[in-house]
Design a protein around this ligand. Structure first.
Ligand code: GLN
Ligand code: ZN
Length: 764
């Protein structure tokens, strides 16, 4: 008897983002469809080779995708909205993801609480199996490498849960959709799709496939008894008549909900549980045990965080699990898909601090960990010697720890009430009613990007670069003067990315050379790694902001990225609570805030566009998160004078359920997204009396159109009905860095016009 290993969700992008390059050249018409297939086959073969070398007992297949694995299922099952025509080919596939001349793209949304985004299925017709992707991919691996694989795909329950059902149509473009889970069709949809899954499985079985993995991460969400009934019914359909195919259902990102009922009653051969995220699955295992007739796929190396495992501790943990599961029924695995991690640590050697390298594991290193663990158990390999804690201690900063320990969580925040502060601020700043402002960034033109690249590669000197930035700032100030805006920004020309910029200036952050992670389709990001205690060695933004302020008598805003956003867009350490990391970043930022105030800056904006992203998947845990997230934000600015105005910016529309926490952030002014959601966000204010300054973005910066005065007025007018007119600001709904000046100037001209009209209508 021996312990087995399994893996899944290995990155699709290739070690050097080959997938991005191939697919984007196909879109640009530079390569043919045949070339696309040939080159992506290469990437797939490389992936399979790496997986084969990991000596897994279950090598995954069907976890490669040209764009998105949910879109793969939709196009496999004929879930193709009518607007894309009635024949299906590769271009239909990409059109669904990106839109075409005749059809708007399907919606894209965040995959659970990760930074991956999937294409939302639209259930408007019957399911019909157009092609059996898992089978094709099984055969591919067998033909090319002669290996037996376990196809992986998202299971029927989660697939339906994530989709939407069209309701009524408005005009030609807008279709109102309801989340499938919240529609009255949920049960029926899961039921009918499970029959098509059964067809897929039957074909797999008759082609000699031995095992399949069905991912059901929706089972970690807040599901109720009736959901479990729907699930079990579906799996009865799905497994009907299947005899020789092992079916493993995987859950991850959180602990399985309704553990006892699902683990014991789901008619499958194996259950995958995430043991890396917290100890709840293990607690349930101890409490309820594990069925004797099932296999446990134990997720013991994380797909989400990049920290190397502690071998001694992991071996000990596996031994604990063995008290509840027989050795020949235990399969060790990664807990969640590996594509949340970069491909390999190899390119970082010589780039990152050696000690940090010792602490990290990316996807390839996770496979090595599984291989080593198997050898420890099955071949008696000695446990590798490690000293992780000693290494971590080298990045410890006692000063920072002391400050965190002194925080009195019950008394965080500014002492004067908003009302007292706001009166002082408005009179000091001399602002009119309906003040106009922007969100921070101005166009990052080719010229700006080239200057930055030239500076990074050493082509131009620091002085030349700084002068270049100064000129950009000067130009932006002139433009804002001419437009007649009330509150200015410096334009953020010196920043490539709003998190990277601050991370590079703070201690405790590391940046990889090649640590790309897929965010959606061909878009990849390189998240910073927070590995040590965070502090700010010196001012980060004061030079540029004070220079901008010296050019004008109008107030120029200090511009910072908030602590919660910096944290949520980074890989963060696991040896201290997430809350403490947020507080560390907040304290570092608070020093910057005070430096700006001391330098004469009267308004400071602290952006939190990712405030909502860290929201826990289980409702019962959300309150705790929101409370410390609010505290972290307040810590950044609690010490400023009452007359210093704090603004913040957020840009998403699911705002309603967290509005009380946004209010609790106690920002003097909040600039939010409202135009894209057609003012839907304003509904929140019908129920909630938001009596702080607020700028409901009057135009959508994501569209290249120049918004008319009339359409912006509509949102401004709607706001006046819901919010005190003395508190309303007029602004776009996000930063303007992706636009060009030819769009920005006329758009802002119109926006200023809107403010003037509002002042005439409502007095100043
Ligand atoms: N201040 C940032 C900008 O204008 C905010 C970006 C964001 O919301 N993501 O670019
Ligand atoms: Zn934004």
């Amino acid at each position: 008897m021996a312990i087995k290993t399994s893996a899944f969700g290995y990155p699709k992008i290739g070690p050097n983002r080959e997938l991005k390059k191939v697919v984007e050249s196909y879109w640009a018409g530079q390569i043919s469809k045949e070339d696309l297939f040939k080159q992506t086959e290469e990437i797939q073969i490389q992936r399979l080779k790496t997986l084969k070398e990991a000596e897994l007992d279950y090598i995954p297949s069907n976890d490669f995708s040209l764009y998105d694995f949910i879109l793969d299922i939709s196009t496999m099952l004929g879930v193709i909205p009518k607007r894309f025509g009635n024949s299906y080919d590769l271009d239909t596939y990409f059109a669904m993801a990106r839109g075409s001349k005749t059809a708007i793209a399907c919606e894209m949304t965040k995959w659970f609480d990760t930074n991956y985004h999937y294409i939302v299925p639209e259930f408007e017709n019957e399911f019909k199996l157009l092609k059996n992707r898992p089978l094709d991919s099984y055969k591919f691996a067998k033909e090319k490498l002669g290996i037996e694989t376990k196809p992986v795909l998202v299971g029927p329950f989660t697939y339906i849960w994530l989709g939407k059902v069209p309701q009524k149509q408005e005009g030609t473009l807008i279709v109102h959709m309801v989340k499938a889970r919240e529609s009255d069709k949920f049960k029926e949809l899961v039921n009918s799709v499970s029959k098509v899954y059964n067809q897929i499985l039957k074909e797999l079985e008759s082609n000699g496939v031995k095992a399949i993995q069905l991912d059901e991460p929706a089972l970690v969400l807040d599901i109720d008894e009736s959901d479990v009934e729907v699930l079990i019914e579906a799996y009865k359909n799905l497994t009907d008549g299947i005899k020789n195919l092992e079916i493993f259902v995987h859950t991850y990102y959180e602990s399985l909900s309704n553990y006892e009922n699902i683990v014991f009653n789901l008619p499958v051969q194996g259950i995958g549980l995430d043991f890396t995220i917290n100890d709840e699955n293990f607690e349930n295992l101890k409490k309820y045990g594990f069925p004797k007739d099932k296999k446990l796929i134990a997720g013991i190396v994380s797909g989400r965080d990049p920290w190397k495992i502690d071998f001694a501790k992991t071996v000990d943990f596996v031994n604990q699990i063995l008290k509840f599961v027989d050795e020949d029924r235990l399969i060790l695995s990664n807990s969640s898909p590996l594509f949340h991690l970069p491909v390999s640590l190899e390119p970082e050697k010589g780039h990152l601090d050696e000690r940090l390298i010792e602490l990290l594991s990316f996807a390839n290193e996770r496979l090595d960990e599984l291989k080593t663990l198997k050898k420890i158990f099955n071949e008696g390999l000695p446990i590798p010697k490690q000293n992780l804690q000693a290494l971590r201690d080298e990045f410890k900063d006692e000063e920072v720890r002391k400050k965190i320990a002194q925080i009195d969580e019950k008394n965080i925040g500014r002492k004067e009430s908003f009302k007292e502060r706001y009166v002082k601020q408005i009179s000091l700043l001399g602002l009119p009613k309906f003040p106009t402002t922007t969100i921070g960034s101005f166009p990052q033109t080719k010229e700006v990007r080239k200057a930055r690249a030239d500076f990074t590669s050493g082509k131009i000197s620091q002085d030349d670069y700084e002068n270049f930035i100064k000129n950009q700032i000067k130009n932006a100030i002139e433009i804002q003067e001419n437009l007649g805006l009330d509150v200015f920004v410096h334009g953020e020309f010196e920043r490539s990315d709003m998190v990277e910029f601050f991370g590079q200036k703070m201690k405790g952050f590391a940046f990889t050379k090649n640590g790309w992670v897929q965010s959606y389709g061909t878009r990849c990001v390189r998240p910073p790694i927070i590995y040590g205690d965070v502090s700010r060695p010196e001012p980060m933004t004061v030079k540029e902001i004070t220079y901008a302020q010296s050019l004008t008598s109008k107030p120029v805003k200090g511009m910072l990225t908030g602590p919660v956003t910096i944290l949520n867009w980074s890989f963060y350490r696991k040896d201290i609570p997430k809350k403490e990391i947020a507080y560390q970043i907040a304290l570092a930022l608070s020093e910057e805030v005070l430096d700006l105030e001391r330098a004469g800056i009267k308004i400071i904006q602290i952006d939190e566009p990712a405030f909502r992203e860290g929201l826990p998947l289980k409702k019962s845990k959300q309150k705790e998160y929101l409370e410390w997230a609010v505290n972290a934000f307040k810590l950044t600015n609690e010490k400023v004078k009452p007359e210093t105005q704090i603004q913040t910016h957020m840009c998403y529309s699911e705002f309603n359920e967290i509005i009380e926490y946004i209010y609790a952030m106690d920002s003097d002014v909040i600039l939010i997204e409202a135009s894209r959601s057609k003012g839907e966000i304003l509904d929140a204010f019908e129920k909630f009396n938001y009596d702080h300054g607020i700028g409901p973005g009057v135009y959508d910066i994501h569209s290249p159109r120049i918004p008319s005065v009339e359409e912006m007025l509509e949102i401004a007018e709607r706001s006046v009905k819901l919010i005190d007119k003395n508190l309303i600001w007029i602004n776009p709904d996000c930063g303007l860095k992706t636009r060009n000046w030819e769009e920005v100037i006329p758009s802002l001209q119109n926006m200023v016009q809107v403010a003037r009209i509002m002042r005439q209508r409502y007095g100043d």
